[in-house]
Design a protein around this ligand. Structure first.
Ligand code: FAD
Length: 443
């Protein structure tokens, strides 16, 4: 029995009828391009190869498509994005651009944010001071990035951030990049494109991505374990068979690659392995909490930070798309440590943090809950990449073909949109183009 999911098998058969090159792929056999991973990068690559009229096998280790961009409605009865939720820069985001045809509802995220200081909101003057301190810190990092030697963002920060330091460090580090600023390259940070215009998908960002994969035949529950590069073909071994391909696009995260979950013969060149090893994934998770009746009296999709006294802080995204679902964002070193302790530690931290900001009664209003722990997802092993100081160049190194026929893709393989779904999508398209050049498809 083929491991192609029923839905995708039917879709694949329909596609076959109209376009013979796009076929449901057997678990063993020959194809033009093997695409490893059905997250944003893999879906983008598969659509590109299909549009060029070439055969492909889209192979996914887990039991679903979407990777780190996945929506489910089972837990809360409303769409819950377990991973990516913000559609950054919708005007140029390649995934957002496809949303109209997917028939899903995209709306702009509210501008601005709220800041809690103690048990009240920051006053106008305080808010101005906070925002201007963020701008100053940002500029200092941009300035440092122009220096001869790359440094950690933490080193570049102005010394006089005063009482705003913990909040600013959290917003720019754990919240923005999944890591504390000591661990992030100033050059990598500075090269990231501004992400100040955002949108949400009412049905979930993951639902949008899944929709874009509907017509693609995907082999689910099929980890790739080994790729042998021969002179004229690749031998791609999965837990269900062997596929022979002329080229492959590999979208597994840098953490999965560094963990050696796929054996490469010959090995990936050291230069690329080193690059992947320095583009480690940060920690970023949602503690999702149902708060019925809007006890915090917040607007839909309000984003709240805290004028924290130390690094034990988080962010809150309230009333997601008008529902009772609220997300406490736990990230960076604190998130990493709590995630290692387990769900209960994550939830405890989140509810106590909320109680500090809004009073102990908030705990009584908590309904259903769910904690994500991306560091423990076996086929991802973290949230998203950021470069260690000195390692930004690794993103470009990962774009070089590996052993002639392998092309790496994924959020880490993008110089400016790293850490995003849009960046992963673009990298998937780029890798597919390179693979098509090799196999001779229309580009
Ligand atoms: C909690 C969280 C919040 C985020 N928030 C946002 C946000 O708001 N906006 C935004 O733009 N981005 C956000 N991101 C980042 C975004 O989700 C990722 O950058 C993007 O989804 C990565 O896509 P990808 O295709 O590179 O990798 P993935 O999504 O990881 O896809 C790779 C796929 O490869 C599969 N795979 C791995 N190894 C194998 C193997 N050996 N064989 C077969 N398959 C394999 C995996 O199962 C996975 O499905 C967030 C991420 C997290 C974790």
């Amino acid at each position: 029995m083929s491991s192609v999911s029923r839905r995708s098998f039917i879709a694949g058969s329909a596609a076959l009828a109209s376009a013979p090159a796009l076929g449901a792929v057997p678990t063993s056999g020959e194809t033009d391009v093997a695409i490893i991973g059905a997250g944003a990068a893999g879906i983008a690559a598969a659509r590109k190869v299909a549009a060029a009229g070439k055969r492909f096998a889209l192979i996914e280790a887990s039991d679903r498509v979407g990777g780190r961009c996945f929506t489910e409605s089972r837990t809360f009865g409303v769409p819950f994005d377990r991973g990516a939720h913000w559609i950054h820069m919708p005007d140029i985001n390649p995934v957002a651009k496809l949303s109209a045809r997917a028939g899903l509802d995209i709306y702009p995220a509210p501008a601005g944010q709220k800041l809690r200081t103690g048990k009240r909101y920051a006053r106008e003057g305080e808010m101005e001071e906070y925002l201007s301190t963020i701008v100053r810190a940002n500029r200092a990092i941009q300035e440092a990035a122009r220096g001869k030697v790359d440094v950690a963002c933490a080193k570049a920060l102005p010394k006089d951030l005063g009482e705003w330091r913990p909040a600013v460090e959290f917003v720019l580090g754990p919240y923005g990049c999944g890591k504390n600023l000591d661990d992030i390259s100033a050059v990598d940070f500075a090269r990231a494109l501004e992400r100040d215009a955002d949108a949400f998908c009412r049905q979930g960002f993951g639902a949008l991505l899944a929709k874009l994969a509907t017509e693609l035949p995907v082999q689910l529950d099929t980890p790739v374990t080994r790729i042998v590069s021969g002179r004229s073909a690749l031998e791609v071994t999965t837990t269900r068979g062997v596929i022979y391909a002329k080229a492959a696009v590999i979208t597994a995260s840098t953490a999965v690659l560094a963990a050696g979950k796929i054996k490469f013969v010959p090995d990936i060149p050291k230069r690329q392995l080193d690059a992947a090893a320095k583009l480690t994934l940060g920690s970023y998770d949602h503690v999702a909490i149902e708060l019925k009746g809007n006890p915090l009296q917040l607007q839909n999709d309000d984003l709240v930070f805290d004028k924290a006294a130390n690094a034990r802080t988080a962010a809150l995204l309230a009333n997601v798309s008008g529902s009772s679902l609220c997300l406490v964002e736990v990230a960076g070193k604190l998130g990493h440590d709590l995630s290692a302790q387990g769900d209960a530690a994550m939830f405890d931290f989140a509810q106590n943090w909320l109680a500090e900001l809004y009073g102990a009664d908030v705990k009584k209003a908590i309904g259903r809950t769910f904690v994500t722990r991306w560091n423990a997802e076996p086929w991802v092993l973290g949230a998203f990449s950021s470069a260690a100081p000195g390692a930004q160049g690794g993103r470009k190194i990962l774009m070089e073909p590996v052993n002639g026929r392998l092309f790496l893709a994924g959020e880490a393989v993008h110089e400016t949109l790293w850490g995003t779904v849009g960046g992963a999508w673009e990298s998937g398209e780029r890798a597919a183009d390179a693979a098509l050049k090799l196999v001779g498809g229309r580009r």
